[in-house]
Write a protein that binds this ligand. Structure first.
Ligand code: ZN
Length: 318
C-alpha cells in the first residue's frame, strides 16, 4: 500500500480501527482474557482528548459473552495510550515505509502539524516496532551465494594530524548477501575477534565465499569460510565477482540519510536507525510493508517518552 492509497483508505479513525481489528484477529475476534470467540459489540461513549480539548465520542467496545470482559481493538497495544488519532499513526507509518533514506521528525512535524517532540517520539516508537520485527532467521549465504562483509565508522571528520577521530566514533559492521538480505549492527571495535565472531554468527558454512577488503583483521578468515578480498590500497575495487560494492552502497545510502535527513543522531539511538534501514532494505521487494509494520506495532513493547530520552547526551555530529 503506498501513501496515496493509505490516505484514501483510512480517512477516519473508525476505518483504521477496522483494519487493526483484521490484523490483530485475522480469524475473528477472541476475548483478551479467556480466548472465547463468543463476543458482542457495544457502543460506548468515551472521553478523549487532552485537558482543555476534551470531547466525547462513540466508540465500539467488544464484550465477551462468557466472562463479560470488555476491551477495545487497541487495548494493550502501543496505540492505546496515545492521544494521537489513528489516522495520523497510519500516515506516519506509511511515510516511514515509503521513504528510502528515512524521514526526519521535522518532516513528520510539518506533515502532521504537530509538535516536534510528538513527531520525534512517534518515529522512535515505529522504529522500535521495526526493530522488533527484524528477527534474524536463517544464516546469510545458506543458498550458496556470495556474502560481502565490511565495516564503517559513523559520523564526524577524521583528524588527520592526530590520526584519530576527535571523539570515539561508533563502529558498525555489515554483512550482505548478494541479491538478498543484509545484517547490520553496532560493534564495540572493528577488531579481528569481533568481526570473525559476527561472521560466524550470521554467515552460513554453505556460503560460496565471503568478500571483504584487505583489512588485516580478515587475514585468518580463510580458516572459517572460503574468502576472497580486493585490495583497495592498490586501487583494486572489483576483480571478477569479488567486490564489496553492495555493502558499500548500503553505507552510503545510510550515511546520506543521516546527513541529509536527520543531521545528527545520538549514539544511543544509532542502532535503532540502523535497524530501520535494515528493515526497509530486507523488505524492498515486498508489497505489504505497511500492514507488516502495523502488525509489529500491535505486538511491540511500549516505550515511554522518559525511557526514550534517558541519558541521551552523546551526539554524533556530521
Ligand atoms: Zn472472555
Amino acid at each position: 500500500m503506498n501513501l496515496v492509497e493509505v490516505i484514501r483508505e483510512f480517512k477516519t479513525d473508525e476505518e483504521c480501527r477496522k483494519y487493526l481489528e483484521f490484523l490483530r484477529w485475522p480469524d475473528g475476534i477472541r476475548c483478551n482474557r479467556c480466548s472465547s470467540s463468543n463476543i458482542r459489540r457495544l457502543s460506548v461513549e468515551v472521553k478523549i482528548g487532552r485537558k482543555g480539548h476534551k470531547r466525547t465520542e462513540l466508540r465500539e467496545v467488544i464484550e465477551c459473552k462468557i466472562c463479560e470482559y470488555q476491551f477495545t481493538v487497541t487495548a494493550g497495544t502501543i496505540f492505546h495510550d496515545s492521544h494521537l488519532p489513528l489516522t495520523k499513526w497510519f500516515l506516519v507509518v506509511a511515510l516511514m515505509c515509503e521513504s528510502k533514506k528515512g524521514i526526519s521528525a521535522n518532516q513528520i512535524k510539518r506533515a502532521l502539524g504537530c509538535q516536534y517532540r510528538t513527531a520525534w517520539y512517534l518515529c522512535h516508537r515505529i522504529r522500535k516496532a521495526m526493530e522488533s520485527g527484524d528477527l534474524f532467521t536463517g544464516k546469510l549465504g545458506s543458498d550458496g551465494g556470495i556474502v560481502e562483509s565490511d565495516e564503517t565508522y559513523i559520523g564526524g571528520k577524521f583528524d588527520r594530524r592526530r590520526k584519530r577521530a576527535r571523539y570515539e566514533k561508533p563502529a558498525v559492521m555489515g554483512m550482505l548477501e548478494r541479491q538478498g538480505r543484509i545484517k547490520v549492527k553496532m560493534i564495540p571495535t572493528a577488531s579481528r575477534k569481533v568481526l570473525l565472531d559476527n561472521l560466524q554468527a550470521y554467515v552460513s558454512e554453505d556460503v560460496k565465499y565471503v568478500a571483504t577488503d584487505e583489512l588485516k583483521a580478515y587475514k585468518s578468515l580463510g580458516k572459517m569460510f572460503p574468502h576472497q578480498s580486493v585490495n583497495h590500497g592498490t586501487l583494486e575495487w572489483v576483480r571478477g565477482d569479488v567486490h564489496t560494492n553492495g555493502i558499500e552502497s548500503f553505507w552510503s545510502l545510510f550515511k546520506r540519510g543521516l546527513i541529509g535527513t536527520y543531521h545528527q543522531v545520538s549514539t544511543k539511538h544509532l542502532s535503532r536507525y540502523l535497524s530501520e534501514s535494515e528493515y526497509r532494505f530486507n523488505r524492498r521487494k515486498e508489497h505489504n510493508l505497511f500492514s507488516q509494520t502495523l502488525g509489529h506495532l500491535l505486538t511491540t513493547d511500549k516505550m515511554t517518552y522518559a525511557e526514550l530520552i534517558e541519558k541521551n547526551k552523546e551526539v554524533v555530529p556530521f
